[in-house]
Structure formats: C-alpha cells, structure tokens
Design a binder for this molecule. Sequence first.
Ligand code: 38R
Length: 337
Amino acid sequence: MEKYEILGLVGEGSYGMVMKCRNKETGRIVAIKKFLESEDDKMVKKIAMREIKLLKQLRHENLVNLLEVCKKKKRWYLVFEFVDHTVLDDLEMFPNGLDYNRVRKYLFQIIKGIGFCHSHNIIHRDIKPENILVSHSGIIKLCDFGFARTLAAPGETYTDYVATRWYRAPELLVGDIKYGKAVDIWAVGCLVTEMLIGEPLFPGDSDIDQLYHIMKNLGNLIPRHQELFYKNPLFAGVRLPEIKEVEPLEKRYPKLSAAVIEFTKRCLQIDPDKRPSCADLLQCDLFIKDDFAERFTQELKAKIQKERDHPLPKKSKISRKDKDDSGDERKMLLIQD
Ligand code: 38R
C-alpha cells in the first residue's frame, strides 16, 4: 500500500471508505476501497471476501475493474481502476434531471452490465446512482458488488440482506426469501425516472412508507406479498395502506415520453415474475427507435478502444468535495433475520 499516495476521499459508507490514490511509480490513478477493521467484524470480512470472489469472476466493459487485493494490519484493501464520477454526481450537477439521450446511453450500458451479471447467475442487489460510475467519455461501470450474491440453488434461501431502500423491490420490502434477478430490474425502473426528472421515484422514509409510495403509483401488492407482509414480525400490528386511487406514472410525470413510460412500467411490474429480463429490456422501443442500439453499439466500441489507448486523457480532479449529509437516506440499511 506504500506505493500509493492518497489524493482524497471520494466515498464513505458502512463498509469503510473509498479513496482516490496515485501509484507513485507508474502515476496511475486508482480508487482504493478500504474496509473497516475485519478482526472483530465477521460481516465486513464476509462482504469483502464475497466482493473479491465475484469481481475476480466478473470481467466486463461495463463493470468496474479490480486491479489488486491487499491485506494489511487486519484490513482489506481493494484497488480498482479510477472512474471519473458517479451518476449521483451527475444528478447533483443537474438537479432537474439529465437529458434524454444521455439517459438512454447510460441505461443501455447499465442493462448490459446487469445482464452480464445475471448471465453468471449473480444478482447485484444494490443498483443505485452512487454505484454507477461514469468515465470521461461516458462509459458506464457498475460497482459495489459487496452485497451482490450468486443466485440461490433451488430450495436454498437468502439470509441477511442489505440494500438502499428507495430502489428496493416490493418482494424485498415484505421480506420474501425467494427473490431473484427481478430485484435488479426493479431498481432500473426507479433509476430511469430519477435520471430524467432529477428526483427519486419512491423516496420512502421507512419500509412501510416505501411500500406506500410504491402502491400509490402502482396499485396493490400481489396476494403472496400481502400474505408475507402480514406474517412478517417487523410489520406486526401494521396494516397495508388502502389505495383509493392509483396515480399512474404518466399522470405523475406528464413530460415523460411514451417509450420511457412503457420501459419504466415494464421494470416496475409489482409481480416480479412479470418483469422482463435484461435481454427483453434491450428490445424496448426506447432502444429500438431510430436505430439507437445499433448506432450506439458502434459508438461505444470506438470509445472503449480509445480509452484503452489513452487511459488518462487529462489530469483528473477529485469530483466530490465536502458533501453535506442531505443524501443520508441513500446510505445502506442493514436488516438481519
Ligand atoms: C468515483 C468517483 C467519484 N466518486 N467514486 C468502485 C471504485 C471506484 C470509484 N472506481 N472509481 C471510482 N470513482 C470502489 C466515487 N464515489 C463512490 C463510488 C462508489 C463512493 C462509493 C462507492 C461504493 C468500487 C463502493 C471504488 N464501493
């Protein structure tokens, strides 16, 4: 670790922190994720080991590249390529949302990255603006596989679960132990409108409030999820809200185009079995219209090649300064059972 010089802090969370660093010998700029001390915390070790294992397995142009792993004085350090900024930074820069074409380009790559994970039976489980990195030339790299996990074998269930509330699917909120890839598709649905409008789609301030936000726009839960809710000791004595009138998305956001509404509604099917796969999503009007997918695939190839040839176009700066904590709700929440 001595070979790196710290340039600044770019992120902090329950896992530890992320620092921007320079390799003193090569000058290469990297992002180092420093985990909390692992000795007394089995959870941190579990998370670090899981992330390392997954990242070593997963190499794709839309996933962040892990360069090196070190352990020093009981701490784990993961060294990643440094990517310029996050979608959260973009949203802070453009509080009224990003333009349609930029969103379409981001989305296309986000779905490619998730699709690659899913094809390896890995669910990300924490897709959100901070975990989506954007390079200088607009290449998307998904990161933070700390909570991703391989799909459970038939009959096997998931235990501990961690995710950011606003992007959580109803099956996770009610505590369904049999969830799957569809939880990532849900998060994509929340992300599209947030990128276009600039405000989170379902900004719940508790789990029950989260369900209320969802039901207000999408209607009642499926019977299985209603049953799970009433059996869940976390919701003992709480009743599901009764929705008198659903406010459909196109009414809430009249400016969104028909293609965006169609895409979003598909991702946000309340029944996870009805949500499309990543391959299905790439066939949506949003990407097919005016040959976008074909043209952009070519453009991407050229960009990725160029970034390989010139990995550091200019001296990059720290993009995130002293952030206030108004975005605190975006932090991770830990639920254990
Ligand atoms: C940036 C740039 C600005 N803010 N990250 C992904 C690795 C990484 C991060 N590579 N390049 C960056 N670039 C760990 C941030 N903030 C940020 C991003 C992700 C803070 C926390 C996280 C979550 C993985 C994680 C560094 N992990």
